[in-house]
Design a binder for this molecule. Structure first.
Ligand code: SF4
Length: 162
């Protein structure tokens, strides 16, 4: 089972290209200025099966979509359920790229099994003092847009140049 709050059908702000974005419920942090404070409590949201969520997301995919993004809340607060959802998506549509937003640093989560199925991780907490509206796809400039496969292979963080 996995808890989610909302799904956006055509987002252009949660990663490259047009994307379906799933906002998962629950985050252990309370960053001042959090963009989604209603999604922090793990009591809220809707609980559904992992296959059901994968179906909901894939049903929204059309030829204009490049991939699926998981935001929140913190998707990595539900790492095993997220792994199952991404696994099912990859099996049915391997052409989609998968972005995940998290408040954890890459170094803290790099050994989670789900990481092997993620293309891009936007990592780190939101820091209000480092907020920059010109920075694409992130709230504050401390957050890194990480090529996960390359970073795991080289054991060194490789950031996407955007
Ligand atoms: S990590 Fe993200 S969702 Fe969690 S409190 Fe910070 S800004 Fe909000």
């Amino acid at each position: 089972m996995i808890k989610y709050a909302d799904i956006v059908n055509e987002s252009v702000v949660d990663g490259l290209g047009v994307r379906v974005t799933a906002f998962l419920q629950g985050c252990p942090r309370h960053c001042p200025g959090c963009h989604n404070p209603l999604l922090l409590s793990s009591d809220g949201g809707t609980e559904i099966g992992e296959e059901e969520l994968a179906d909901l997301l894939l049903d929204r995919i059309s030829p204009i979509h490049r991939g699926i993004t998981f935001s929140g809340g913190d998707p990595l607060a539900q790492p095993d359920a997220l792994l199952n959802v991404i696994f099912l998506i990859r099996r049915r549509n391997p052409a989609l790229d998968i972005w995940v937003y998290t408040g954890y640093d890459f170094e803290q989560v790099k050994n989670l099994p789900v990481m092997r199925f993620i293309d891009v991780l936007v990592d780190g907490p939101f820091i209000q003092e480092q907020k920059d509206l010109r920075a694409p796809f992130r709230g504050s400039v401390n957050q890194r847009i990480i090529d996960v496969r390359k970073s795991l292979e080289s054991n060194e963080v490789t950031e996407l140049v955007i």
